[in-house]
Design a protein around this ligand. Structure first.
Ligand code: TYM
Length: 339
């Protein structure tokens, strides 16, 4: 039995993250934290999706360091190359090839309905096709590995629905090939709001806290966080239930301390700056081991390169097997058929 067949006894999961530098709290709480805990139960494939990231129009000069910083974040939080495949999407060309082939079974109407597409499209006078086709590449990522399930945050639900539809359409037209992948949505976390307390935490919105930031940098970010908008003066009582800073305490501060913060905020004994200071300190403490491990990988970039090279090789083995099958089913092997 080959290595691939053996590991196939476990269910396979695939997930991806766009490289926009080091991971932020939203990435960590919505995705990475869960990914780390899934590595024993599942056969895991984790991907840094740089082919997706080019659709955001960033400066190509920044891409290599963004990929590297995200790889460092993956390893620092505990994604483990011994147990998981960790690789960069553009190192495995089968992703873009399968995405092209999926164009044959994906209705444009389905793509135009995606809310992320509608949001992003507003920012362009002339909309790049990559923004529309983005979820086809996401479907290719997942189905290339015939993933049984995909752990993602709530914001990706609609894209996974499209992946399922692509698989159904492909199977109906070319014969049973792909699983109908299940979404594993982290219901307990939902959408982590950015420091503006209003929009999703996202690097492109500049409202993030990096998980590998040095203590001073964490405080510089956290102190800017928006709290209860009705609490204008220090002596005004606050409402923890509407405060984003309080909601972040849920992940970093123990229950007793949270009860005290809640009471102190409501009675105005505790000011917003004090509350943010506690949060910032607790974030620093929680992430201290990650910062240490990240420092090691930054000092040894070749170790990161080795992990990604090995990961790409293992990914390619699976991907090329799927592509053989797909090309055959789609009639794209004229030589085999005729000669
Ligand atoms: P991306 O890079 O935006 O986010 C990666 C993961 O982090 C989660 N996440 C969040 N969760 C809660 N609150 C937030 N503020 C927050 N920000 C990010 C996301 O839900 C996601 O799980 N299209 C995908 C990348 C992708 C992919 C894939 C995912 C490409 N191919 C295949 C799964 C399977 C994206 O842009 O994620």
């Amino acid at each position: 039995m080959t290595e691939i067949q053996q590991t196939r006894r476990k269910k396979r999961i695939f997930s991806g993250m766009q490289p926009s530098g080091e991971a932020h709290l939203g990435n960590y709480l919505g995705a990475l934290r869960r990914w780390v805990s899934m590595q024993d139960e599942y056969d895991c494939v984790w991907c840094i999706v740089d082919d997706h990231a080019i659709t955001s129009g960033g400066d190509p000069v920044d891409m290599p360091s963004s990929v590297f910083d995200l790889a460092v974040s993956f390893l620092a939080v505990g994604l483990d190359p011994e147990r998981s495949i960790i690789f960069v999407q553009s190192d495995v060309h089968e992703h873009t090839e399968l995405a092209w082939l999926f164009n044959a079974v994906t209705p444009v109407g389905d793509l135009e309905r995606m809310t992320q597409y509608k949001d992003k499209a507003q920012h362009f006078e002339s909309i790049p096709a990559g923004i529309l086709n983005y979820p086809i590449l996401q479907a290719a990522d997942i189905l290339l590995y015939k993933a049984d399930a995909v752990p993602v945050g709530e914001d990706q639900r609609q894209h996974l629905e499209l992946t399922r539809e692509v698989a159904r359409k492909f199977n109906a037209r070319y014969g049973e090939t792909f699983p109908i992948t299940e979404p594993l949505i982290g219901e307990d976390v939902g959408r982590i709001l950015g420091l503006d307390g209003d929009t999703k935490m996202s690097k492109s919105l500049g409202n993030t806290v990096g998980i590998l930031a040095e203590p001073d940098a964490v405080w510089d970010r956290v102190r800017t966080a928006v709290t209860d908008p009705q609490r204008v003066r220090r002596e005004d009582p606050g409402r923890p239930e509407v405060c984003n800073v309080f909601s972040l305490h849920r992940f970093f501060t123990d229950e007793n301390a949270r009860t005290d913060i809640d009471a102190g905020c409501r009675s105005a004994e505790l000011g917003c700056v004090d509350c943010k200071r506690i949060l910032s300190d607790n974030i620093e403490i929680s992430f201290a081991p990650y910062r240490e491990r990240a420092a090691h990988y930054r000092a040894h970039p070749n170790e990161v390169g080795y992990v990604l090279d090995q990961g790409a090789e293992r990914a390619r083995t699976i991907a090329s097997e799927t592509m053989e099958e797909v090309r055959h089913k789609m009639g794209l092997q004229w030589r085999n058929a005729l000669l």
